[in-house]
Structures are given as C-alpha cells and as structure tokens.
Design a protein around this ligand. Structure first.
Ligand code: IPD
Ligand code: CA
Length: 278
C-alpha cells in the first residue's frame, strides 16, 4: 500500500519486527523487581525497561529510515525537543501502561505509530504479555494477530461500554473535571459500564476490536494515541478531537468510538480539560 510515495507495508513490517523485539525486553523483566523513577507526578513512572525499549526501537528505525523524524516518550522526557512537521514521523511509546508494568498488571503495550503529512498512517500496538498484536495501515484495514477486526458499530450510548482513564496527572482541578465527566457519561448517558485498562493504546485497540464502544481521555500524549488512532479508523471507528473536528495528535486529547453518533453523544456530555500542547 503506497501513500504519498511511501511504502506503508515496509514501514508496518519494520514496526512489527521492532515491537516484537521490544516486547522481548518487556517479557524478560515483567515479573522482576524494577527500579522506578517518577516524572511529572508521583503516578507518572519510568523504568529502565521503558528506556531500553525506546532506545532499541529508535536505533533500529533510525538506522532503516534516516530521513524520518522521531518522537518518543522517554526522549522527550529527557529534554529532546522535536518539531512536528509533515515529514514521516514515528511516535513511539516503548511501554504504554508503565504503571501496569511496574505492578506486573498485564495490560502493557509497545505503541508505534507513523504520521505522514500529520496524518496517522501506520499503527502497531503490541501487548507482549498477552501476545496480542494490533496492526493497521491507512486503507488496509485493521488486524489483531493477523485477523481482521471491526468496531462494534453500536450507535446507542445507553447500550455501550465506555473506557476512560484517571490519567497520570494529579492536579486537583483537572481530576475533578475528569470525575464529573465520567459521572455524567454514566448517569446521563446511562451506559452499560465503564472500564480503565491503564494503557491508552490498548483502550483504543479494544474499541477497534469491538470489545468497547468508546474511549476518551484528556492529558495524554501523542505517543499514547498515534498508533491506535489509525487502528480504530481502519477498524471502521471514528476518532476525533473531543472538542469537535478531526483528531489532533498534539492536542493531548482524544475520543475514539464505534460510531460517529457515540463519539458525538459523549463529546456533548464532557467538559474539556486544558493541557499545554505536545
Ligand atoms: C499512560 C497510559 C494511561 C493514560 C495516561 C498515559 P504511560 O501512558 O496510556 O492509560 O491514562 O494518560 O500517560 O505513561 O503508561 O506510557
Ligand atoms: Ca510509556
């Protein structure tokens, strides 16, 4: 599949291979004691494994695609400043669900997305612990372990299962708006239930596989939702900015759902939480 002169299949295969290699490092350390550091808050964690997996992914992909741009969670944390442009740009979260990883809670994922012209076109979300590999390229459909997946297609909010997150920030005012948002979705939306898996990439991939109807979050980062955005879109779902309009990977907010209707209905019920852009 070609996109703007790029061979997306080649990029996808490279992302799958390096996600598997990164996954091996996660498997090796998953049940061991980890050395943990905190970043922006007491709940924003990083381990040696996060850093090692990002290093592996970056060195492999940079070697193969020296002209491309790279944005990675741990490199940005270490102070790297990257300008986001129309260039082919890899967005990498080496361990999405680091808090889960720290607790040996098995929803963790290597998340590798690629944008071209600021559009997500390749996505790989790999949970090495449960051996689940979600993949998509623009125009090629979405897959779980090589089998096609589709969103549920549900349009009725009161028949929906909704995924949300508390996130890793601990500012009281933001947490309060989040709490009210979740409350409103449950009470006014009369949804079947809510879930939180502690990994934005897996939350969205669950919408893509039809296991939940929507996921929304404010305060996450581009590397958390870039890969899963194309996976949900290719599974027939709708991914938008919760304020309306197209998804904005730098806006630190996203809503993905099984239908436009579900996304619009939830967007009406939730209040924006302001974060500085990535
Ligand atoms: C976090 C996870 C979590 C989400 C946070 C993210 P990390 O990513 O995706 O589900 O609620 O906003 O920061 O830190 O585990 O890579
Ligand atoms: Ca991470």
């Amino acid at each position: 599949m070609a996109f703007d002169g790029h061979d997306l299949n080649d990029y996808l295969q490279s992302a799958i291979n390096v996600a598997k290699a990164g996954g091996e490092l996660i498997i090796e350390t998953f049940y061991k004691e980890k050395s943990i550091e905190t970043k922006s808050s007491s709940a924003d964690l990083v381990t040696e494994t996060d850093k090692a997996v990002e290093k592996l992914i970056f060195s492999t992909l940079k070697n193969k695609y020296p002209q491309h741009s790279f944005i990675g969670e741990e490199s940005v944390s270490d102070g790297e400043v990257v300008e986001y442009t129309n260039n082919a740009t890899w967005m990498v979260d080496p361990v999405d669900g680091t808090c889960n990883f720290v607790h040996s809670f098995p929803t963790v994922a290597v998340s590798i997305g690629l944008t071209i012209n600021k559009q997500a076109v390749v996505g790989v979300v790999y949970n090495p612990i449960l051996n689940e590999m979600y993949t998509a390229i623009k125009g090629g459909g979405a897959f779980l372990n090589s089998k096609p997946i589709k969103v549920s297609g549900q349009t009725d909010l009161c028949k929906s299962l909704i995924i949300h997150e508390l996130g890793s920030g601990r500012e009281a005012d933001k947490m309060e708006i989040n709490r009210q948002n979740i409350h409103r979705v449950v009470q006014e939306g009369k949804v079947h239930g809510t879930r939180s898996m502690g990994s934005a990439a897996l939350n969205m991939s669950f919408v893509a596989r039809g296991a939940a109807e929507a996921y929304f979050e404010y305060g996450l980062h581009c590397w958390d939702y870039c890969a899963a955005t194309i996976i949900v879109q290719e599974a027939g779902g709708c991914v938008r900015d919760p304020g309306g309009g197209e998804v904005d990977l730098m806006a630190r907010r996203v809503i993905g759902g099984s239908s436009v209707k579900i996304v619009e209905d939830i967007s009406k019920l939730i209040t924006p939480i302001e974060y500085e852009r990535d």
